[in-house]
Design a protein around this ligand. Structure first.
Ligand SMILES: [Zn+2]
Length: 488
């Protein structure tokens, strides 16, 4: 191409070669923070450049047909265990992130209970390096809170992590546990000083130890839920509320399982405490009857509880009391899950099934489709993006990252093992008839996955580091306040 010398000096106007877009997603129903409406999405340079009303002129450029589809922001699952490093026999980052795309998820937040666990900044950086070039989705990491070194939280570089996971009860794949009250108190205090959000597995190990000392290990899955009862979760949540009130620590309670916890957390939030919570797809989809009937597949930690608990969790999801829904994607091999009840590890794969299982649940509860789409975009978009400061994610709006998931809202399909992308190769939802299916997923303005081809192109997921730490010579208190304000 001949280029006039003058064009090397003055920058070429952005649309000098006509008004061509990198991609135009047209004909779909846009799920935006301002409402659900028909329109087109114009993508340039990896970002949403414009949302165009029907009938208004569109630029030239490649087209993606979204007729009959909801155009959702690429969804966020803020609770996955992709098992790197050290547990790659259960899951690989390639498999886990491919499962994410098939479930409409373009950003994940990964948990620290790996081997070794990510308990400090160097281990998080080492994990990011291991994953570089292998992920199909963008990712952020939760640090692991270390009972022996709570001071790490007070001095955590936000570029590395802005949240830390604390386990108040342990299990097979969660050996780092806050057993002592003074350790937990120190972690809450340090997290408050470091402006770190604590994400919590809130079950009380002492309650479980006490019950185990009397009743021993569960011999069957009928006995599993009573063996890990709601009392453990309720006691832990009461402690969390007390500590958040004492120290002002920001907390996000994960996988709330019972009606009582939900009531406590909703009341604490209404009081103005910086407390939010997550509900998982499996606690919305299954009850303790499933665990008794189907055994290890729905052996979870926290346990899946009674139908009345499930109804309270759905109410929390629909009312906005719950800020996020997460999959707690935690695969294990079939062999591991089939061990005797006391030895089988809790957890199921779920990043692929989360959005469609919740979509199916919303419609089956009589929620109208536009409203259901707005719920999904809040719970897996705006909610986690704002909570964890994921800039450019979770909203279909001008300037956002061009991550988009197209949902066929009425597709009926039966889940089977052959659909599973997780390395573990099984799903608790096998045999389920889902309503709704993702057909195309775009990341950074390019098609990354579609139903016909699977993943398209190389893995190009990025580590989404948090905001850089303010420079020591900057006015620290002001900068901290701004940072805090920006992440809300
Ligand atoms: Zn988890």
């Amino acid at each position: 191409m001949n280029t006039a010398p003058s064009s090397r000096i003055s920058p070429i106007p952005r649309h000098a070669h006509g008004d061509e877009a990198d991609l135009v997603v047209e004909g779909g129903r846009l799920v935006t923070p301002e409402g659900v409406r028909d329109g087109a999405v114009v993508i340039r340079d990896g970002r949403v450049d414009a949302l165009v009303a029907p009938g208004d002129p569109l630029p030239s450029g490649p087209r993606l047909d979204a007729r009959g589809r909801y155009v959702l922001p690429g969804l966020i699952d803020s609770h996955v265990h992709f098992r790197t490093p050290g547990l790659e026999h259960k899951e690989t980052w390639e498999n886990g992130s491919r499962a994410a795309l098939a479930g409409g998820v373009t950003t994940v937040m990964d948990m620290p209970n790996t081997r070794p666990p990510s308990l400090d900044a160097p281990s998080v950086r080492a994990k990011a390096a291991l994953i570089a070039g292998r992920s199909y989705v963008d990712h952020r990491f939760h640090l692991g809170a270390d009972p022996d070194h709570p001071e790490v939280l007070a001095d955590l570089d936000p570029a590395v992590a802005t949240s830390a996971k604390a386990f108040m009860a342990g299990h097979h794949t969660a050996p780092v546990v806050f057993r002592e009250a003074h350790q937990l108190e120190a972690a809450f205090a340090a997290a408050a000083r470091g402006n770190v959000r604590l994400v919590l597995h809130a079950e009380d190990q002492h309650v479980f130890d006490l019950l185990d000392s009397r009743s021993g290990d569960p011999g069957s899955y009928d006995a599993y839920e009573p063996h890990r009862p709601r009392s453990g979760a309720i006691v832990a949540v009461a402690k969390v509320v007390h500590l958040a009130r004492t120290h002002g620590t920001k907390v996000h309670v994960l996988h709330v399982s019972s009606a009582e916890e939900t009531d406590l957390l909703a009341a604490a939030a209404a009081e103005g405490l910086p407390i939010t919570f997550e509900v998982t797809g499996h606690h919305l989809s299954f009850t303790d009857h499933d665990t008794a009937r189907r055994g290890p597949r729905t052996r979870l930690s926290p346990a899946i509880r009674a139908p009345r608990d499930q109804e309270r969790l759905w109410r929390a999801v629909l009312s906005g009391e719950a800020t996020t829904i997460g999959s707690d994607h935690a695969p294990h091999t079939v062999e591991e899950k089939n061990r005797p009840p006391a030895e089988a590890p809790p957890g199921l794969p779920g990043v692929q099934e989360l959005a469609v299982s919740v979509w199916t649940g919303l419609l089956s509860r009589g929620i109208e489709a536009d409203t259901a789409a707005a719920h999904l975009a809040r719970l897996m978009g705006k909610g986690p993006a704002e909570l964890f400061g994921l800039a450019g994610k979770g909203r279909l709006t001008v300037g956002a990252d061009a991550d988009i998931a197209l949902l066929d809202p009425a597709a009926r399909w039966q889940m089977s093992a052959r659909h599973v992308h997780s390395l573990c190769g099984w799903s608790a939802y096998e045999g389920w008839m889902f309503t709704g299916r993702f057909t195309t997923v775009v990341t950074g303005g390019r098609v990354a996955w579609d139903l016909a081809r699977g993943t398209v192109g190389e893995p190009r997921g990025r580590w989404l580091q948090g905001p850089a730490r303010p420079r020591p010579d900057a006015a620290l208190p002001t900068a901290d306040r701004e940072l805090e304000g920006a992440s809300r």
